[in-house]
Design a binder for this molecule. Structure first.
Ligand SMILES: Cc1cc2nc3c(=O)[nH]c(=O)nc-3n(C[C@H](O)[C@H](O)[C@H](O)COP(=O)(O)O)c2cc1C
Length: 150
């Protein structure tokens, strides 16, 4: 059984809904999964073994949503190295914007700087391409979970 902490950045609810659906599926497979809509460093520290699931949209001009920005800032300022930590990224965006899915990319870069190890490639969900972000995310998750559980 693995443990997952979903770190959500969302303005209109799409990323929250993706995180909820993915966590429900993980729980149905016997894993532990918790969704944080305003995660803090303490939330991360409370479960050092858990895989971090960054699930964020991009807002403004390539910016992080308000509910995940404080976590990003805290990680930048405190800079807690986490070489044992694994993470994955689900980045929602819209390719008609110049900085496509930049918030997910920023979180990915920061976690890499903190020496965390990413599982697989980030998933980029483009609102121009799909009206079913939950379905895309689940398909992606099922694929890499099959490898993780193998
Ligand atoms: C005001 C506004 C600004 C946005 N800026 C960007 C952006 O810079 N880059 C991007 O890839 N998507 C951008 N988007 C698209 C959103 O990231 C996309 O619609 C996403 O699915 C929203 O997810 P959420 O409901 O979790 O916030 C923007 C959307 C809005 C409404």
């Amino acid at each position: 059984m693995a443990r997952f902490l979903f770190l959500v950045g969302s303005v209109y609810g799409n990323s929250s809904s993706v995180a909820e659906e993915c966590s429900e599926w993980l729980r149905s497979r016997g894993h532990a999964a918790e969704v944080f809509n305003t995660a803090s460093l303490q939330d991360l520290a409370s479960d050092p073994e858990a895989i971090l699931m960054v699930c964020t949209s991009t807002t403004g001009d390539g910016e992080l949503p308000d509910n995940i920005y404080p976590l990003y800032q805290a990680l930048r300022e405190e800079f807690p190295l986490m070489p044992e930590r694994r993470y994955a990224v689900i980045a929602l965006g819209d390719s008609s914007y110049e900085r496509f899915a930049d918030a997910g990319k920023q979180m990915d870069e920061l976690l890499t700087e903190l020496q965390a190890r990413r599982i697989g490639e980030p998933l980029f969900v483009d609102a121009c391409e799909t009206a079913d972000p939950e379905g895309e995310a689940l398909a992606w998750l099922k694929e890499w979970m099959a490898e993780l559980e193998a």
